[in-house]
Design a protein around this ligand. Structure first.
Ligand SMILES: *Cc1c(COP(=O)(O)O)cnc(C)c1O
Length: 406
């Protein structure tokens, strides 16, 4: 066994993975060693422009100095206390989140799926107290809410569900962007509706204008909680700090995670005072709101607010969108369109070539994500420049040409 990781190339590490690691990921053949800004480098010394960003996580870019310094300081000060005690980073990040959103209270978890589990527990308690014991949550098809046994029932995609039956009870999956389907599915058992404001993993699906507003009205009329899963759309991704701002509709509960710690795992759910129903003993977490994670979150959100990173994301997002539309026109009929908001965009193909295009794009030096067999997702760090967008599309052009010639 070696302790010198620099002595091996990527082929060595990929062989190690297949020998020791549970094979649940179809990974790209790249062993990433370090990152800075919108770039990462692999163990063989290749450089990549990173339009995946740790799956919409490193909003401020890799190795951001403000986050790195906050994490370094915290590591040498205190790492863990449990929630039996108070810590300042947790309380400060909580206050910052509440003061900069429409929400009144916050609870910290370690990931997106855990944030969602907490939000659904809150909704069930609300239903028990305020809607005659209703315990069921309506979610939508092509959603993604995470991988626990609870959240695969919420995630309306058979591919995530079928191998793990029986599913947890209390979830109904109806078509996205369809208010009638929501109305029909609502019963005396319903306590909440949970949706993404733009679906991420489901293929970057943007609902038609009025859908989220219609959900809000339906929830108000029927005393249901509206939960927005902003794990992917939160923290500036859509060009506002929160995705709900894009629609002008406020949820009752919001879950966040991915970009909150700029790479340090941290999640949270936030709620309005009217549904702040959890009490001591109802929910908890050993690590949730841990000082290291919340120190990273405090530095990330602080930098984002001070430098109007969401505003930058909106401007570069518009540029990316315009360039992608030009690209789609230039490469038609192989490309069939673009969809998304801000710096969460997808380019669509007329055939299932996304994975092949991404493999070729990686070889050109840009990381992209084949979110559907026929769609590539763009979710770069929010700090990218117009020059980065141009470089990405030049490389993508070469990759697509190569794919179509094969
Ligand atoms: C990624 C994601 C999750 C799951 O987050 P994890 O941290 O992987 O558990 C949940 N909801 C949405 C919308 C996501 O994009």
């Amino acid at each position: 066994m070696t302790t010198d990781s620099t002595a091996h190339d990527s082929a060595y590490w990929m062989a190690q993975e297949s020998e020791y690691y549970v094979h649940t990921f179809n990974r790209q053949p790249i062993v990433i060693e370090r990152g800075e800004g919108a770039r990462v480098w692999d163990v063989d010394g290749n450089e990549y422009l990173d339009f995946v960003a740790g799956l919409a996580v490193v909003g401020l870019g890799h190795s951001h100095p403000a986050v790195a310094e906050a994490v370094r300081d915290q590591v040498g000060t205190l790492l863990q206390t449990s929630n039996l005690y108070y810590t300042v980073p947790q309380l400060e990040l909580g206050r910052m989140l509440v003061e900069n959103s429409c929400m009144d209270k916050v609870f910290f978890a370690n990931s997106g799926v855990e944030a969602n589990e907490g939000a659904v527990k809150l909704a069930r308690k609300y239903g028990r107290l305020h809607r005659n014991g209703a315990q069921s949550v309506i979610t939508v098809l092509n959603s993604f809410h995470g991988r626990t046994l609870g959240m695969i029932a919420a995630t309306g995609q058979p591919a995530y569900q079928e191998a793990w039956l029986p599913l947890a009870e209390g979830f109904t999956n109806v078509p996205y962007d369809d208010l009638d389907a929501i109305r029909e599915a609502t019963t005396d058992e319903t306590c909440a509706i949970m949706v993404e404001v733009v679906q991420g993993e489901g293929g970057v699906n943007v609902p038609t204008e009025g859908y989220l507003k219609g959900l809000r009205e339906w929830c108000d009329e029927n005393n249901l909680l509206l939960i927005f899963d902003e794990v992917q759309t939160g923290m500036g991704r859509l060009g506002h700090l929160w995705g709900y701002e894009h629609s002008g509709v406020e949820p009752d509960v919001m879950t966040i995670a991915k970009a909150l710690g700029n790479g340090v795992p941290v999640g949270a759910f936030l709620c309005k005072e009217r549904c702040n129903v959890l009490e001591p003993g109802d929910h908890g977490s050993t690590f949730g709101g841990n000082v290291l994670a919340t120190a990273a979150g405090r530095a990330t959100l602080g930098h984002m607010l001070e430098n109007d990173i969401p505003g930058h994301a909106a401007r570069v997002g518009d540029y990316l969108r315009a360039k992608l539309e030009e690209f789609a026109v230039a490469h038609a009929p192989a490309t069939t369109g673009v969809r998304g908001v801000g710096l969460l965009q997808a380019l669509l193909f007329d055939q299932p070539i996304a994975r092949a295009v991404v493999t070729n794009a990686n070889a050109e030096g840009v990381l992209l994500n084949p979110v559907l067999p026929n769609a590539i997702r763009f979710m770069p760090p929010l700090i990218i420049t117009e020059a980065d967008v141009d470089e990405c599309l030049t490389k993508l052009d070469a990759a697509l040409t190569k794919t179509l010639a094969a």
